[in-house]
Design a protein around this ligand. Structure first.
Ligand code: ATP
Length: 281
């Protein structure tokens, strides 16, 4: 049995999402393995972002179930939860296709804002914070420690006091991941993390994602168009086309799957043999 079936953190079961007459996702099922890097790929309009939006609670699925199980065994049915509860209680964090940092705030402040919930709690919703009581000071020190840890791991510690908007594009992408990691997620959803990166930045991103997978109890689900990134770092690849799953397996299996080649090259099933010959599979 595949590792992702043996120990899944997320089970997507019979997910369907309709927008009026348009079926964006149709009866989709797949598993995300605990500790794995799982890539969701497919041609434009295949439904990848819609899956992300269902997992993170931005959309309520028309049908289906999204079952998330933490490493301590706590289970959450995401399709029944409001989006803020999905991030806070189910511990699902995400980044977006377009960078959404607070550009006017410093790099460090961006990571402190991400830890707003525990800090507000520790401040008893301002009182303990205003009077700087020990429990608030302790929570604040912990938040700074966590932010510093991630700034070191994304190579941005030297830029901690600079406005986030002053960072180069690739560094902003890494800061977004650091910000998501500051929330201590069990599942990290990354929407096209390698988009717009140069080869050096892309290699740095790969290293960071592998580090997260190996050293933290965070599983990663990512959407990515850059096949070199997908093939290099993924443990598991799920391929969508027109809202349906057309392939699912390790990168090697998926890379050689005629249905995937056909979907990417936009040919009919009957032409697959021809295409395989052309690409030398
Ligand atoms: N809010 C919405 N209302 C109506 N249709 C939508 C909505 N969101 C997505 N769709 C449609 O659902 C289908 C899947 O879109 P989606 O953005 O999930 O695809 P994608 O695989 O992420 O594409 P891309 O790689 O281009 O980002 C598309 O036909 C899209 O137009």
């Amino acid at each position: 049995m595949a590792s992702w079936s043996e120990n899944p953190i997320l089970k997507v079961e019979h997910l369907t999402m309709r927008f009026g007459g348009l079926v964006a996702i149709n009866d989709l099922s797949f598993d995300v393995g605990r500790g794995d890097i799982t890539a969701l790929i497919g041609p434009n309009g295949a439904g990848k972002t819609t899956v992300f939006n269902c997992v993170t609670g931005f959309y309520k699925p028309t049908e289906g179930r999204l079952k998330l199980r933490h490493h301590d065994g706590d289970t959450y049915l995401l399709e029944r939860m409001a989006d803020f509860k999905i991030s806070r209680h189910a511990k699902v964090a995400r980044t977006f296709q377009n960078i959404r940092l607070f550009g006017g705030m410093t790099v460090l402040e961006n990571l402190m804002v991400a830890q707003h919930n525990p800090l507000m709690h520790a401040s008893a919703f301002s009182f303990a914070g205003i009077f700087s009581l020990p429990r608030y000071r302790h929570a604040e020190a912990k938040a700074v420690e966590r932010a510093t840890y991630w700034l070191e791991h994304v190579n941005l510690i030297d830029r901690a006091d600079d406005p986030a908007a002053d960072l180069p594009y690739g560094a902003q992408r890494r800061l977004e991941i650091a910000r998501a990691m500051c929330t201590g997620p069990e599942l990290l959803c990354l929407d096209e993390p390698a988009a717009g990166l140069n080869p050096r930045e892309s290699a740095e991103l790969n290293r960071l994602l592998r580090y997260i997978g190996a050293n933290h109890e965070t599983s990663i689900l990512l959407i990515e168009h850059d096949m070199s990134v997908v093939m290099e770092i993924s443990d598991h690849v799920v391929v969508l086309d027109y809202g349906e799953k057309i392939s699912d397996g390790d990168p090697e299996k998926v890379k050689n799957d005629p249905a995937v080649i056909a979907a990417y090259l936009g040919v009919d099933d009957e032409e697959v043999d021809e295409v395989e010959e052309e690409v030398g599979v």
